[in-house]
Design a protein around this ligand. Structure first.
Ligand code: HEC
Ligand code: HEC
Length: 300
């Protein structure tokens, strides 16, 4: 078997596994950009380097703050000179296992993705080549180093992980009840499944208005306002929620699903009224909180 085929098989095995990822999990990388200690260290420096923005005022870490599960606390991103974006900065842990990037999946690789915020006029507003020359790198070197660092950001070791690994005391009774609802009555695992609690696919859950979402890139009307299912790892530490930051708390997220999402012509067929009791809603929130653990970054 070639190395590339090996990676594909392993990534598929990880995507389907019902066991959680560990913090020492294998990190897949493309054949033309294998991970190295040097590249990761360089990428880590660049991630915090404000020279990558036109006026030197923001870095990747301004919106992806390590203390906030590599997200921020704003409903939508804030770029240079107070420029407001239209979407929320996502948490970016375990993206090495991602299949496509951005809320609408428009980037196929992390190497492609990392150039997006640099060039985006509402974010860092600098041609990627110019950003690279500011830090004495070629554009390819810049992209490869940043992508390598992002791949090392791993989330794991949450109470949920310990529970699934066999420690029956890791979740209290309420969180265990929440897990049952997550898997059963709530139907959450139709989309939030596997070790990363995402199918890496796109769904319309009736959030937001006026953003075409996936349809802009796929051209398929049924993808209208469909967004990528986010991983729920460390979700409790990053309100507000959804691609537009329009849902304030986890309690509000649960209410949203309890209503069956918001009706619209492209609403995902998996969503329907859940009729959860107040105790069940609280249990589901307790379970979502159990998905917070340790995030490690910067090493192989
Ligand atoms: C001004 C805030 C801001 C800055 C600066 C920023 N990002 Fe982001 N990042 C976002 C937003 C917003 C999105 C989602 C955009 C979208 O989906 O259209 C995003 C998406 C991502 C994703 C995709 C995650 C996923 O699961 O699809 C990665 C990875 C990422 N950013 C890494 C970086 C890196 C690396 C840098 C620095 C070069 C950076 N970001 C700079 C706000 C920012
Ligand atoms: C049909 C697929 C689907 C189902 C079923 C589903 N989700 Fe989601 N979930 C998504 C998508 C897609 C988003 C992002 C939507 C957006 O931003 O517009 C999301 C977002 C979320 C978020 C916000 C995460 C963040 O970072 O902003 C939470 C929390 C969440 N879901 C929990 C749940 C729970 C709990 C259930 C079960 C009651 C559930 N989901 C059922 C697809 C689904």
């Amino acid at each position: 078997m070639t190395r590339a085929a090996g990676f594909v098989l392993l990534a598929a095995a990880i995507a389907q596994a019902q066991v959680p990822l560990g913090l020492d999990a294998y990190i897949p990388a493309p054949e033309n950009n294998p991970l190295s200690i040097e590249k990761i260290a360089l990428g880590r420096k660049l991630f915090f380097d404000k020279r990558l923005s036109r006026d030197g005022s923001i870095a990747c870490a301004s919106c992806h703050d390590p203390n906030l599960a590599f997200s921020d606390a704003r409903p939508v991103a804030l770029g240079i000179a107070g420029r407001k974006g239209t979407r929320r900065s996502p948490r970016i842990a375990n993206r090495a296992y991602g299949k496509s990037f951005f809320w609408d999946g428009r980037a196929a690789t992390l190497e492609e993705q990392v150039g997006g915020p640099i060039a985006n006029p509402l974010e860092m507003d600098l041609p990627v080549a110019e950003a690279a020359s500011r830090v004495n790198l070629s554009e390819t070197e810049l992209r490869r180093a940043l992508a390598s660092y992002v791949r090392t950001i791993l989330a794991g070791d949450s109470p949920y992980d310990r529970f699934v690994a066999g420690d029956r005391t890791a979740l209290n009774a309420q969180a265990q009840e929440g897990l049952k609802i997550f898997r059963g009555k709530g139907g959450c695992i139709a989309c939030h499944l596997g070790p990363n609690l995402t199918d890496e696919s796109f769904h319309n859950t009736g959030v937001g208005a006026g953003d075409e979402g996936r349809a802009k890139w796929s051209g398929r009307p049924e993808d209208t306002a469909a967004f990528k299912t986010p991983s729920l790892r460390d979700v409790a530490s990053t309100p507000p929620y959804m691609h537009d930051g329009s849902v304030a708390t986890l309690e509000d997220v649960v209410e949203h699903y309890n209503r069956g999402g918001r009706a619209n012509p492209y609403l995902d067929s998996e969503l329907h009224r859940l009729q959860l009791t107040d105790a069940e809603k609280r249990a589901l929130v307790a379970f979502l909180k159990s998905l917070s653990g340790t995030i490690r970054e910067g090493s192989l």
